[in-house]
Design a protein around this ligand. Structure first.
Ligand code: ADQ
Length: 736
């Protein structure tokens, strides 16, 4: 297994300065538990902020570093001021509320982004200093959105994964962030970006489309020369260890103490004291239930445990006051000398005490306003080895889509929640058991170890940029042979794709005009003795003519349907144009365009295309489906094919593909001529397929290919082409 570098804001320890040095204690948590095994087994490192005070003296600092090193932890140094700006300011003051849809918690003016950049840079420095080729880097959470991008710059070939533990909000909301572009670009430095739920992935994908103009397929984004995978990995808990604790006799005894004689039913809430967790509305709903069902008074009790959290952030201080006030109000209004309606515990409990509470609960209330996943819900389920207990779960927790058998509530609906709590208390035993059983199976099966394994397996399978696993043997020999061929052959036939090969992709196709450098390069190649340059593109004739028409090179438009030779400069179609199908199809496409704002029809010589890149995503996808069904029926007897591309439906005559230019390539060329074909997408594979086996085929970027070699991106392509102009300096690409 490759070595794993875990990078998270915090190291899984707490550090305290003592008179003699420092004390470093492990702080357990779901993430630390899950990652412990791969951390140990891969000989890996965990990189993060230790939380140590920044005024340690040199001896204490040395002692801290030594202790951390012994646990294979690496501290990222941060001053108190940086922590304030990065952690309290931007991460928890802006990103946290925004990503949880709580805009009212955001300051009027965002000022701490520079601290966020600085801290991410500090992480990047430390990670890069410890990185060894072959390592897997796994970056965690919203504090480090920029880090994957910063690492990609420093370590272009590294395999980097990123997992977001909180929701990714709807793109409408995400767009409000001034730093939105940079945050997205930072995440795209990773090879694999993971989320808890499909909805978060969808929101992210839509943000990439709307904000950066990237085209996103279901689970991947193509960038120039690189592919980023997107995945859904719902995090689980260490179910076995919760079950083991539940079986502990000391825990059993504690459960009996909490339950007493069983005459008072118990509702339980366990949360960090955070305004996302829905505690005030939960209290209000409980209060409401006591109003509307007075028979429950003295018969129920709510035990609310809230662990102090982010106490330096102002919003959390105000929030604490609010919760204290509500608890006081309910106890004041309903309490009797024998009965306290809300039992409020404001501190962290040990895992054993938590499990005892989970076991003692008749009803577990997990009612966040928004939560990435919520592990408390799963911990409760894992602890209920007795098969009993009711889980009330907010529909806005990520866990809700995995745990549909729970009683779901809308936490904003206080009156409705009160009735759901009541229903939970009244639920017959048979229903309680029937609902819990499938929850238990799921929580046990998809535990935290499975989560870690799923993410790391996918990350490890991805090929590092610029190479591919499973290289055929003799890679070095083949490279040398290629080098020799390019050095020895005076005569060259170059077949070059345009978009993504010679120029990078742009948000809209009309922005991808050739720059001066590429024009000069093509001109120089055309002037090279015994060299023919063919540009083979899917673009229409008029664009190629406008952008590249002055160059003395062959142009092939519409995947080779129309070609222009450099001497006559006349465009010649490869087959007869037109066809009776065009008129009715064009009418249908125009009508669909009218009904779909943001879509457009492209009329090419051979084919027709309907583009919906700028249309609203859902409407576009629905119309595209309707259109395909309709056209399939209409064109079933016609010599055309319907292709669904990246936000485009194209209708074209059979047999129009880049490979069809091959038979026309200078039939009298000498056998010694080296054919070099370079391209980056599926349409270029048609060309590679049609070429003789000795041709030098080069795929740009990742993805499966039948090409023999691979280059990273446009920069690499240009470098190779330049080197063909300088004899003796061929920059040979990697063998694939
Ligand atoms: P959190 O917001 O911290 O995590 P959660 O998933 O509920 O939320 O995890 C809280 C953890 O703290 C649980 O393991 C729980 O046992 C523990 N805990 C809570 N109250 C406690 C108390 N009083 N004493 C001791 N322990 C207590 C973020 C996201 C979540 C996401 C996780 C994991 O906000 O949505 O589920 O990361 O990805």
């Amino acid at each position: 297994m490759p070595r794993l570098l875990i990078v998270a804001n915090r190291l899984p320890v707490t550090v305290q300065a003592t008179e003699t040095g420092v004390e470093v204690l492990r702080s357990p948590g779901g993430l630390a538990t899950g990652l412990m095994r791969p951390h140990a087994q891969s000989d890996g490192l965990w990189i993060g902020w230790s939380g140590a005070p920044d005024d340690l003296d040199p001896a204490q600092q040395a002692r801290l570093d030594q202790e951390l090193a012994g646990m294979r932890l690496v501290g990222v140094p941060m001053s108190a001021d940086l922590v304030t700006r990065f952690y309290e300011g931007f991460s928890n003051g802006v990103l946290w509320p925004l990503f949880h849809y709580l805009l009212d918690q955001i300051p009027l003016q965002v000022t701490d982004f520079d601290g966020y950049v600085e801290a991410n840079e500090a992480f990047a420095e430390v990670v890069a200093a410890h990185y060894q080729p072959g390592d897997l880097i796994w970056v965690h959470d919203y504090q480090l959105f920029l880090l994957p991008g910063m690492l990609r710059e420093r370590l272009p070939g590294a395999r980097i994964g990123f997992f977001l533990h909180i929701p990714f909000p709807s793109e409408e909301l995400f767009r409000t962030l001034p730093a939105r572009d940079r945050l997205l670009q930072g995440m795209l430095g990773a090879d694999l970006v993971g989320f808890h739920t499909p909805a978060y992935l969808r929101h992210f994908a839509l943000s990439l489309t709307d904000i950066l103009g990237h085209s996103v397929e279901i689970d991947r984004v193509q960038l120039p020369g690189r592919e980023v995978r997107l995945g859904v990995f719902p995090m689980g808990v260490d179910a076995q260890s919760f079950a083991d604790l539940a079986a502990d006799p000391a825990v059993e005894a504690e459960v009996q103490t909490i339950r007493g004689d069983g005459s008072v039913r118990i509702l339980v809430g366990v949360d960090r004291l955070d305004y996302t967790k829905g505690i005030p509305r939960r209290l209000l709903a409980y209060e409401r239930m006591l109003h509307t069902h007075p028979e429950l008074r003295e018969k129920v009790r709510l035990v609310q445990v809230a662990v102090p959290s982010r106490t330096n952030v102002e919003a959390y201080q105000d929030f604490r006051t609010l919760v204290d006030g509500l608890v006081g109000r309910i106890n004041g209004a309903f309490g009797t000398p024998q009965w306290v309606p809300v039992h409020y515990i404001f501190r962290a409990l040990s895992e054993a005490d938590l499990v005892a509470l989970y076991r003692a609960a008749d009803v577990m209330l997990v009612t966040p306003l928004r939560d990435g996943m919520n592990l408390v819900a799963k911990e409760f389920v894992a602890s209920r080895t007795d098969g009993d207990g009711v889980l009330v779960l907010s529909e806005f927790a990520g866990a809700a889509w995995e745990l549909p058998e729970a009683l779901q509530v809308n936490p904003y609906d206080v009156d409705g929640s009160a009735e759901v709590y009541y229903r939970a208390l009244a639920m017959p035993r048979a229903e309680r058991r029937a609902r819990l059983a499938p929850l238990r199976t799921r929580v046990q099966t998809f535990d935290v170890h499975r989560w870690v394994a799923a993410f790391l397996e996918q990350l490890a399978e991805l090929s590092p940029v610029g190479s591919q696993p499973g290289l055929p043997a003799g890679g070095g020999a083949a490279r040398r042979e290629l080098y020799q061929r390019l050095m020895d052959t005076a005569s060259l036939l170059l077949l070059l794709d345009y978009d993504g090969t010679l120029v990078p992709f742009t948000p809209t196709p009309d922005l991808a005009r050739p720059d001066r450098e590429v024009l000069a390069l093509l001109r120089a190649l055309a002037a090279r003795p015994d060299t023919a340059v063919h540009l083979v593109s899917g673009r229409p004739q008029n664009i190629l003519e406008e952008w590249l028409g002055d160059l003395p090179i062959w142009l092939h438009a519409e995947h080779g349907f129309l070609s222009r030779d450099p001497d006559t400069r006349v465009w010649v179609p490869a087959a007869e144009l037109g066809g009776s199908w065009r008129e009715p199809v064009l009418a249908i496409l125009r009508e669909t365009t009218q009904r779909t704002p943001g879509s457009l029809v492209e009329v090419k010589a051979a084919s027709l295309a309907w583009h919906y890149r700028l249309a609203d995503q859902e409407t576009g996808a629905r119309r595209a489906n309707e259109l395909r069904l309709h056209l399939n029926q209409l064109l079933s007897n016609q010599p055309v094919e319907i292709l669904a591309g990246n936000r485009v439906i194209e209708i074209r005559p059979y047999g129009v593909h880049k490979g069809r230019i091959v038979p026309q390539l200078s039939p009298d060329r000498q056998a010694a001529t080296a054919i070099v074909a370079i391209g980056d997408d599926r349409t270029d594979e048609d060309l590679f397929n049609a070429l003789p086996p000795e041709a030098i085929t080069i795929r740009v970027g990742s993805g499966t290919t039948r090409a023999r070699f691979r280059l990273d991106g446009v920069v690499g392509v240009r470098q190779l082409l330049r080197s063909l102009l300088e004899s003796g300096a061929v920059a040979v690409p990697e063998q694939r």
